[in-house]
Design a protein around this ligand. Structure first.
Ligand code: COA
Length: 260
């Protein structure tokens, strides 16, 4: 029996495709789904056969239409902090994963869905994708990192506007704001994500992981990002892949990286 009731996992050419599979609820994130996402991302960390991951929603309509409102409605001030912190922890695991993770946004990415997409290292959207943080409609605010990551990605003024108006924006506006990297027709969504990841997977894996660490360090108040960069640069220079990469260039051949 599969470990997962709310996710479908598929390994294709080293890329773990993680499908949020509650299409009848527009893939809303209930607590069980959050736990399963944690297990799936742990698998990305631990399984050497997994080199990168893609999150997508089941069905035609939604990536993820938010946290499950039927569960949220039961929250009180006693359990709400833990609810937010547990979600934040899982999304931070995605953000800090040293293997590349892409969100393939194939429809509504609202509330926790927009937050899940923003925790990924980059976002590719289909033309029909819609983004928003509509929590104020429910008397709430984003709780899975949305106030922080939306501001990081699109800047303070626009983030304030989207979170205070609860407006939804389409894929083209999301791209103009820097919220998504690419917008493609729906049929090209997975091929585009696969193309980007396949390209990344030809590079030195250690260097890719260190790029992720260094970019994340920009937003970590306890870290000196320049120091992290210098340390990471030095770490690369002691790797076998650095010797291979530089030799391959000088010998005019394609580098073959081992991830060591
Ligand atoms: N939590 C729980 N269930 C959700 C949900 C969510 N975040 N979003 C959608 N659903 C459920 C609906 O209740 C409905 O279930 P039902 O068929 O059992 O009644 C089903 O998914 C389909 O949604 P529906 O609202 O009928 O689709 P729609 O096309 O009319 O509207 C949306 C789509 C996305 C605009 C609308 O579903 C919506 O506003 N969802 C909530 C978005 C939100 O506020 N997210 C932030 C939560 S913190």
């Amino acid at each position: 029996m599969s470990l997962y009731e709310n996710l479908l996992l598929n390994l294709e050419n080293g890329i773990l495709i993680i499908t949020i599979n509650r299409a009848d609820k527009l893939n809303a994130l209930n607590i069980d789904t959050i736990k399963e996402i944690k297990a799936a991302i742990q698998q990305v960390y631990d399984d050497p056969a997994v080199k990168g991951a893609i999150f997508i929603g089941a069905g035609e309509k939604a990536f993820v239409a938010g946290a499950d409102i039927s569960e949220i409605a039961e929250l009180s001030d006693v359990n709400a902090r833990g609810f937010a912190e547990r979600g934040q922890e899982v999304f931070s695991m995605i953000e800090r994963c040293t293997k590349p993770v892409i969100a393939a946004v194939n429809g509504f990415a609202l509330g926790g869905g927009c937050e899940l997409a923003m925790a990924c290292h980059m976002r590719v959207a289909s033309e029909s994708a819609r983004f928003g943080q509509p929590e104020v409609n429910l008397g709430l605010i984003p709780g899975y990192g949305g106030t922080q990551r939306l501001t990081q990605l699109i800047g303070k003024g626009k983030a304030m506007e989207l979170m205070m108006t609860a407006d939804m924006i389409g894929a083209a506006e999301a791209k103009a704001l820097g919220l998504v990297n690419h917008v493609v027709p729906a049929v090209e969504l997975m091929p585009k994500c696969m193309e980007i990841l396949s390209k990344i997977l030809t590079k030195a894996p250690l260097a890719i992981g260190l790029v992720i660490d260094c970019v994340n360090a920009v937003y970590d108040k306890d870290e000196d990002g320049y120091q992290t960069e210098a340390n990471s640069f030095a770490r690369c220079c002691s790797s076998e892949d650095f010797v291979e990469g530089t030799n391959a260039f000088l010998e005019k051949r394609k580098a073959v990286f081992k991830g060591a």
